[in-house]
Design a binder for this molecule. Structure first.
Ligand SMILES: CC(C)(COP(=O)(O)OP(=O)(O)OC[C@H]1O[C@@H](n2cnc3c(N)ncnc32)[C@H](O)[C@@H]1OP(=O)(O)O)[C@@H](O)C(=O)NCCC(=O)NCCS
Length: 207
């Protein structure tokens, strides 16, 4: 009986599933990785503090950036998460002037298994223009194409109709309701709708 190990023919899934910092150009909107350098931009820090103060974001997707020092720590943490390969966190900015419009983040739930989750928020002044849908669709395609994600999930509180529409538009099929599954910004547990897209699912209609 041979005691030799079988040859290694496949790359380790964890190595293969890397988040490589990339900018995604949507013409009028640019998605670019949050960076420590963003701490030098008062406009971006003000945008983050505005996000933290928005009641909708505070309820459904809280941003810990109540003041300048928290905003600085938030930016630092996003860059650190890219470094660790844990979360691909994109600032959504206006191509024309770099103003902050929103945020999309793709995080591994189980990197070895290719299971990830995506989240998003858009500042109130930029809502209703398809920005969440386009940005989420772009990061989804990027996650499947470059990080070998197998399945990406969206979970939103059942009362968050806007988020449900974004998930639908981006081709995330509804899979059911999770009961009292997540504690949101009001400190209460809410039921959530679970949506997911598989790498093998068709692309949604043009957004
Ligand atoms: C939910 C949110 C991201 C939507 O951002 P947006 O850029 O306005 O979304 P889009 O313009 O891409 O809208 C997509 C669809 O959702 C609908 N929609 C958006 N907000 C809605 C709302 N509050 N209620 C009902 N439908 C809404 C739009 O009409 C559009 O529908 P359509 O496909 O029929 O045209 C934004 O309102 C937000 O940041 N909310 C607070 C944070 C949050 O809920 N994050 C998600 C946590 S899971």
């Amino acid at each position: 009986m041979s005691t030799s190990m079988p040859p290694q023919t496949t790359q380790d899934p964890v190595d293969r599933r890397a988040f490589v910092r990339t900018a995604l150009d949507l013409d009028d909107v640019l998605l670019r990785p949050w960076s420590r350098k963003d701490a030098e931009s008062e406009g971006l820090l003000d945008g983050l503090m505005a996000a933290a103060a928005d009641p909708g974001i505070a309820l459904w997707s809280p941003v810990a950036a109540a003041d300048r020092s928290e905003a600085l720590a938030w930016v630092e943490a996003r860059d650190g998460a890219w470094d660790r390969g844990a979360v691909a966190s994109f600032a959504v900015v206006a191509a024309a002037d770099g103003a902050l419009l929103g945020n999309v983040a793709l995080r591994w739930v189980d990197r070895e298994d290719g299971l990830a989750m995506i989240g998003y928020w858009v500042l109130p002044a930029a809502r209703g223009r398809g920005i969440a849908s386009r940005a989420t669709a772009a990061v989804t395609s990027w996650g499947f194409a470059t990080a070998d994600a197998r399945r990406i999930e969206i979970a939103h509180a059942v009362g968050n109709e806007g988020s449900c529409r974004v998930a639908d538009r981006c081709g995330y099929l509804p899979e059911g309701t999770l009961r009292d599954s997540y504690r949101f910004g009001d400190g209460k547990y809410h039921n959530e709708h679970l949506h997911a897209r598989l790498a093998t699912d068709p692309e949604p209609a043009e957004l």
